[in-house]
Design a protein around this ligand. Sequence first.
Ligand SMILES: Nc1ncnc2c1ncn2[C@@H]1O[C@H](COP(=O)(O)OP(=O)(O)O)[C@@H](O)[C@H]1O
Ligand SMILES: [Mg+2]
Length: 313
Amino acid sequence: MIRDEPHRSGSTPAFGNPTLESSSEHIMHPPENTTQEKVVRVLNEDIESLKSTLREKDELLNTAQLQLAQASKLTTLGTLGAGVAHELNNPLTIISGEAEEILYTIETGSREDAMTTISAQRIRQAADRMRLIVDHIRRCIRKDEDTPWERVDITQLVRDSLIILDSQLKNRGIAITLDLGDQLPAVWGHPVKLDSVIQNLLTNARDAFETITDQREKKVSIMTSCRAGKTIVISVRDNAAGMTDEVKARIFELFFTTKKLGDGMGLGLAMCSGYIKEHRGSIEVQSKKDEGTVFTIKLPIEKRTRANASGDN
Ligand SMILES: Nc1ncnc2c1ncn2[C@@H]1O[C@H](COP(=O)(O)OP(=O)(O)O)[C@@H](O)[C@H]1O
Ligand SMILES: [Mg+2]
C-alpha cells in the first residue's frame, strides 16, 4: 500500500511524492480515498490537457501536410507549364493547318474527297490529343481530398505520366524505354498521388542530365512487374549524373536539394516517400556518381485482385 508523505511543517501535501508503508512517522493524514481521488483527479486533468494539446498539434501537422502536398503539386505543375504550352501547340498547329486545307477545298473545289477525309481525321486525332493533355492537367490540379482511392492500373498510370513529360525528355535528347508488365494486377491507391510520384522521379531524372557534358547516350527507362503475386514493382532508371553517398543519404529529407534556387525546392522526394508510405509500399534508391540512378517502388497488390495475380513477370 502507498501512503502520502507526513506533513512536518504544515506545508501543502506533496502529491506524487509517496513513501512506502514502512514509514513510522505518520502523524495525521486525510482519509486515504480522498487523497487518492485527488491524485487521480489531478492526473486526469493533466492527461486531458495533454490530450487536447496533442489534438491541436495533430491538426496543425495535418494542415501543414496538406499545404505541403499542394506546394509540391504546384512545383510539379510549374515545371510542367512550359511543356504543356509546347504540347498543346503541336495539335493546334495541325488543326489550323488542316482546317485551312478543308476551307481551300470548299472554296476552290480543287481537292478530292479522300484528301478532305484525311484532313478531318488529322483534326480529330489532334483534338483527341489535346483532350488527353487537358484531362491530365485537370486530374493533376484536383485537390487530393477530392480524389477517391480506387483500383489503379499501373501500366496506364505510367503511360499517363508521360503525356507531357515524354516530349520534354525527347526534346533534351533523352530516350525513354518502357518495359511494362503485361496485365498487371491493380493496386489500391490514390491515382493523383501515384501519378505525381512517377512525374517527380521522371522530372528528377530529366534534371540529372543537365550537368552531363560528355557525349553519352542519354537514357531513362521505366519498368513495371509483378513479384510473387503480391507486389507491383516500378523502377525508374537513368544514366545521368548519379549521386554521392552523402547526397543519397539525404534525398528524402524535406527541403533537401542540390539544385539552384528556382530550379528545386527539395519537396519532390519527401512527398514521394510520404505518398508511398500511405500506400503501404516502399521506395528505395541505388545510385552511383557519374553513372546513374535507379528508384525502385514496391506497392502491395489490391487484395481483391491478388487472387488473379499470375506471379512473377
Ligand atoms: N535521378 C536523380 N539523379 C541524381 N540526383 C537525384 C535524382 N533524383 C533526385 N536527386 C537528388 O535528390 C535531390 C532532392 O530531390 P527532390 O526532393 O525531388 O527535390 P528537387 O528536385 O526540388 O531538388 C535533388 O536535388 C538531387 O540532388
Ligand atoms: Mg524533384
